[in-house]
Design a binder for this molecule. Sequence first.
Ligand code: SF4
Ligand code: SF4
Length: 377
Amino acid sequence: MSAPADPRLFDVVVREGLYGLNREKLAGVLEEMVLLAGGWPETAVPGARALLKVNMLAAKGPERGITTHPEVVAAVGLLLQKRGCRVFVGDSPGGAVRGVERYWRNCGYLDVCRETGMELVNFESSGSREVTVRGRSYHVALPVLEGFDLRINLCKFKTHSYCRITCAVKNSFGIVPGLGKAMLHTRSPRPRDLAVNLVDLYEAARFDLHICDALIAMDGRGPSTDGRPRPDGVLAAARDGVCMDAALCAMAGLPPRELDTTRVALDRGLGKPPEEITVDGPRVFRDFDIPRESWLNWVPPFLGAVAGKLLKAVPRSNSRCTGCGFCARSCPVKAIEVRNGRAVMKKGKCIMCLCCHELCPENAVEVRIPLLRRGGR
Ligand code: SF4
Ligand code: SF4
């Protein structure tokens, strides 16, 4: 990391000690951070429509460290409303094909939108359009492509058992609505192949600004309920998501080029070489436990799909299962049967959309990552 060319501006601005602050206090800090990072997008003018693309991976409360904290969403919303913008909040989680409302409620977005006058956007029902990036095609939720004057990436800083770290670039996955995300996982079983798709989606999203929430970050076996929430109290702001990922990875102890998405993006000429990135603020996440690189990355491409299938992590019901059958009725590919009072997931049919994991009223569906896929841990 080097000294900035313009001493007043930085590629990435980081602040710590913010855990527990309310939206007004966070807004004060964020205003200064965004200005130091190069300012609000030029399109943030009175009457503009602003889309906040959050990380809404699971229908869990903010204390779990899985989703973008609603107070951060509210703080950014308040700052944009002060500029006269109309503000919208959206994302497509993996298991929301049967409804996104439970996510909005449990993640706290329904409440903050009611309190601040922001509006929620349903990526599942807004339609999608096929977009081609570098010769590969994707279905992207329409709100990301049209109808908004600016798009802000409100990502989360977490570990990821498969991709190692999720931050700005990985958060672009949620612009693919519904089961399209599960299909991409199936198409690209090796993390380094999925990284190519993720960087494509990052390019398609054309975010104008990135704000990362690590008020409650996550390490260990992230990015969901198996990870360890950490009250780091950190926020970051950047005009470029690749720079943000590189800077925060370095803070957590992972050399930026060892993150597949950052390496792929840098090879395309996106972002900046890590040694040229200017950072204002603290430089260290203490004792950050990052998953090892997946062994799948070292499998030859022609064997990747076979290996991925053989070691596919399929959800399983545990002893809390009551056999109610709700998951079987909700599974989009009919991969679940209730046998002897217990749900049984069929490996061959499952597309890992995680609907059953999300919807089970008894919290009885577990997703265990095979030992080899965890890199031996
Ligand atoms: S929804 Fe949960 S409790 Fe009901 S059958 Fe499925 S796993 Fe069992
Ligand atoms: S069994 Fe597989 S496909 Fe069916 S709901 Fe669960 S994760 Fe989705």
